[in-house]
Design a protein around this ligand. Structure first.
Ligand code: PMP
Length: 445
């Protein structure tokens, strides 16, 4: 398998030479919150698949729903003249679930990048239909991650994900993220930093001209960029600015929806109602590629207002509303609610965050610890705390490897070690992750 992998599989986001030098772990099985590799090694999955397996790998109701749906109706499209009963039921349930977020309609997709693309396209259409065709630009946060389609890549805040694909969508601008450890203002107070970032947003809008901007897209807690939760004043501030300038607010909740932040959605966590919300990942617990863009009633109504609106959409996927994905999502939503996953996410998230802080007291390599808003936590590693020089790849790689050997899979993203375990993680399992990390750090200290 290792040899075949090296010669045949092109790994996403990885340089082929890095894959050769550092072959990936070949996962062959998973149960509960544990994964097993090809060598028979079993570890606690601190990554939760890829931030998506919120309910663990043994979710029988989802498995049953998928097999029953496969027996009954394995596929039928929802393009124009047809639909399927599974997707209708799901849309109704999502409508109830996201009612407190002010979102009533679901546009179905096949994953996170599709959801982002859909939201950007709908945002442009929305303004065009309303007679504001000049509103075409998008604003987003530096360090934000919004997937890999050309639209999503254009709003990605990390230049590494953009430069190879330029020229990208014109008119995308990125404003400083409320990232206390490193920011252009040298501001370490989260509340003051939030205000500075909001002023930067206002300045950018004034510079571009509000009537040229379609939407602002943001993750309620920046995920892949290194788990950066903003001060509580930030997202409400963004909501206010967008409303004042007629700019749509798109919440990219591909990671944060369905409990990860310790609330049912990231927007609800900060008390904000977005105009659109991108979801995917945990919507099926990773069991089926699926996503939904949830849309506010007032936005949906614009599309339904006249013939122009209806004719203008021209967007959708063969797998929009796939019945097997819908069946998986219905069962997943029911389990997510039954298990009240945000409560455990908040408790175990706090345990992991406290554990990170203790490790920071012990190891100088840890420059910053972030998260604690539910079960997404990160530590940023530096070779020197005062200069904040990012850690080298070899050292962080060794820590990851030794942590794995000691019993836990953790994610490395640049200089960050990130945790996003299944939200059903127990106290003992959280402790296993922390002691494995301790062993990982001990190996390089
Ligand atoms: N948006 C966010 C916030 C994400 O974290 C991701 C994936 N990590 C995406 C979009 C893209 O999702 P996908 O990989 O399913 O296309």
């Amino acid at each position: 398998l290792k040899e075949m992998n090296a010669r045949s599989v092109w790994h996403p986001m990885a340089h082929p030479a890095d894959c050769q030098a550092n072959p990936p772990t070949i996962v062959t099985g998973a149960q509960g919150v544990r994964i097993t590799d090809v060598d028979g090694h079993e570890v606690v999955d601190g990554v939760g698949g890829l931030w998506n397996v919120n309910l663990g790998f043994s979710c029988q109701p989802i498995k049953d729903a998928i097999t029953a749906q496969l027996d009954r109706l394995p596929y039928y499209s929802i393009f124009r003249g047809t639909t399927n009963d599974a997707v209708i039921q799901l849309a109704e349930e999502l409508r109830d679930f996201f009612e407190p977020d002010g979102l009533s309609r679901a546009f179905f997709t096949s994953g996170g990048s599709d959801s982002v693309e859909t939201s950007l396209r709908l945002a442009r259409q929305y303004h065009k239909i309303r007679g504001e065709a000049g509103r075409v630009k998008f604003l987003s946060l530096k360090k934000g991650y919004h997937g890999t389609h050309f639209g999503g890549a254009s709003v990605n805040g990390n230049a590494n994900f953009r430069t190879a694909y330029e020229p990208l969508l014109a008119g995308c601008h990125h404003i400083p993220a409320p990232y206390t450890y490193r920011n252009p203002f040298n501001e370490t107070d989260p509340e003051r930093l939030a205000q500075l970032c909001l002023s930067a947003l206002e300045d950018e809008i004034a510079f571009q001209g509000a009537n040229t901007i379609a939407a602002f897209i943001m993750e309620p807690v920046l995920g892949a960029g290194g788990v950066i939760p903003p001060h509580e004043s930030f997202m409400p501030g963004v909501r206010d600015i967008c409303s004042r300038h007629g700019i749509l607010l798109i919440a990219d909740e591909v990671i944060t929806a369905f409990g990860r932040t310790g609330s049912w959605s990231g927007s609800r966590h900060w008390g904000v109602q977005p105009d659109m919300m991108c979801t995917a990942k945990a919507i099926t617990n990773g069991y089926f590629p699926f996503g939904a863009v949830m849309i506010a009633e007032q936005v949906a109504q614009v599309f339904e207002s006249d013939e122009t609106g209806r004719a203008a959409i021209g967007h959708g996927y063969t797998y929009s509303g796939h019945p097997v994905g819908a069946a998986a999502a219905i069962a997943c939503l029911a389990e997510t609610i039954r298990l009240d996953v945000p409560t455990n996410a908040a408790a175990r998230g706090a345990q992991l965050h406290d554990g990170f802080k203790s490790l920071m007291e012990k190891y100088d390599l840890i420059g910053d610890v972030r998260g604690g808003e539910g079960m997404m936590t990160a530590m940023e590693l530096v070779s020197d705390r005062s200069s904040k020089t990012p850690i080298d790849k070899a050292t962080i790689g060794k820590i990851q490897e030794e942590t794995y050997r000691a019993g836990a899979m953790v994610r490395v993203s640049g200089p960050n070690i990130i945790l996003s375990p299944p939200l059903i993680l127990s106290e003992d399992e959280a402790s296993i992750i922390l002691s494995a990390l301790d062993a990982g750090f001990a190996s390089v200290s």
